[in-house]
Design a protein around this ligand. Structure first.
Ligand code: CAA
Length: 381
């Protein structure tokens, strides 16, 4: 596998890095503190084509590849992890499944405005009593004349308070042996019976709002079904294969920002008569952090390259997310150690990176779920 970036990918990276450094990074601390939704950053990301990066231009996207998406996700997340996940959910969890499984009408009427960033999308799989064991959801959709009636609730829905569209998964068939089948539906904000709670309050990624969504006798027409009736679970799983690449990139960005901050600080801060960077204890920490970061990036880019090659990449995405998220936690932890007392203070960015990193081990499948996916792949056949 050749990870040399081509001219287009280099240009996209430089554009993203410049935008992130100039327009996102200076606001990141304020966004975290105020928990403000970064509307102006999202608008600029839309203008740059970052909200539907791998979607063809005919459906409102930028017509680029997954590698470009991975590179941009890292740049945006290095500046602000909240902006990173808003971008990731729109690209990976909404645009990708609608492009892959949606019909022509859905692509033109719903995908196009979301991929171009005119409006946002979100993804409803998790429920209050069903997270890791996603098949056991309680949300049901019952067939009626001309459509379906959805009842249930979905929670931790990133972009939920602001999205115009949701792709939601519900049980549509329950066999006598207890086996269930799920179906994916597109629901528009404002549909009768579709409501939302106020936003959640979280440890990190505070500017990326999430909330619980409710369906009470919510009617959607037959045209809202994405893919085939009964294929919903597979659509959700295939979508997460891509989503986990996005979260691995978010972890890379957070970890890189922490490593850069710790390296710069180590060169400035003096103890025992010399910069702390000259102490081997600090050098070893920096060396380990850099090595974990590079290893995480290689795993992530491998998964992205496989997605671009249209090769099944469930296990590789799981490995990338598992390694990158755990590396981000370790790297941000060590960054605080290098900063010492100042690392614990909100005056410096590393405590934010530490809080932001933690979620990457949880959402889009916990580290334990990634290990289940990796082991299942290893043991099959
Ligand atoms: N692609 C396509 N099909 C797949 C698939 C994939 N990646 N993974 C599984 N399938 C298919 C299987 O082949 C199987 O098909 P058959 O019934 O035809 O044999 C079917 O789906 C069921 O598969 P499993 O038996 O493996 O399913 P399971 O119930 O054992 O669950 C799991 C597997 C990996 C644990 C899964 O439940 C899982 O990934 N859980 C975690 C859920 C998750 O990541 N949630 C995150 C929510 S999104 C989020 O966090 C949003 C946000 O806001 C950021």
């Amino acid at each position: 596998m050749n990870f040399e970036l081509n001219d287009e990918q280099r240009m996209v990276r430089d554009t993203a890095r410049d935008f992130a450094n100039r327009e996102i990074a200076p606001k990141a601390a304020e966004l975290d503190k105020s928990e403000r939704w970064p509307a102006e950053i999202i608008a600029k990301m839309a203008e740059l084509g970052f909200l539907g990066m791998a979607i063809p231009t005919e459906y409102g996207g930028a017509g680029l590849d997954t590698m470009s998406y991975a590179i941009v996700m890292e740049e945006i997340s290095a500046a602000c992890a909240s902006s990173g996940v808003i971008m990731s959910v729109n690209n990976s969890l909404f645009c990708d499944p609608v492009y892959k499984f949606g019909n022509e009408q859905q692509k033109q009427e719903i995908l196009a405005p979301v991929a171009s960033g005119q409006v946002l999308g979100c993804f409803g799989l998790t429920e209050p009593m069903s997270g890791s064991d996603a098949q056991t959801m309680a949300t049901v959709a019952k067939k009626v004349d001309g459509g379906w009636v959805i009842n249930g609730a979905k929670n931790w829905i990133t972009n939920g308070p602001h999205a115009e569209y949701l792709i939601v998964f519900a049980i549509t068939e329950r066999a006598e042996n207890g086996r269930v089948k799920h179906t994916a539906f597109l629901v528009k904000k404002g549909t009768a019976g579709f409501t939302q709670n106020p936003r959640d309050h979280k440890l990190g990624i505070k500017a990326a709002h999430s909330c619980t969504l409710f369906f009470q006798d919510c009617f959607v027409p037959d045209s809202a079904v994405v893919g085939n009736v009964g294929d919903g679970f597979k659509i959700a799983m295939a979508t997460l294969d891509g989503g986990r690449i996005g979260i691995a990139c978010q972890a890379l960005g957070i970890a890189r920002a922490a490593l850069e901050a710790a390296t710069a600080y180590a060169k400035e801060r003096k103890s025992f008569g010399k910069p702390i960077a000259e102490h081997q204890a600090i050098q070893f920490m920096l060396a380990d952090m850099a090595t974990h970061l590079d290893a995480a990036r290689l795993l992530t880019w491998r998964a992205a390259a496989m997605k671009d090659a249209k090769v099944r990449h469930s296990a590789e995405s799981a490995q990338a997310k598992l390694y990158a998220s755990e590396a981000a936690t370790r790297i941000t932890h060590k960054a605080i150690q290098i900063f010492g007392g100042y690392g614990y203070s909100t005056e410096y960015p590393v405590e934010r990176h530490y809080r932001d990193a933690r979620i990457t081990e949880i959402y889009e499948g916990t580290s334990e779920i990634q290990r289940i996916v990796i082991a299942a792949n290893l043991l099959k056949g």
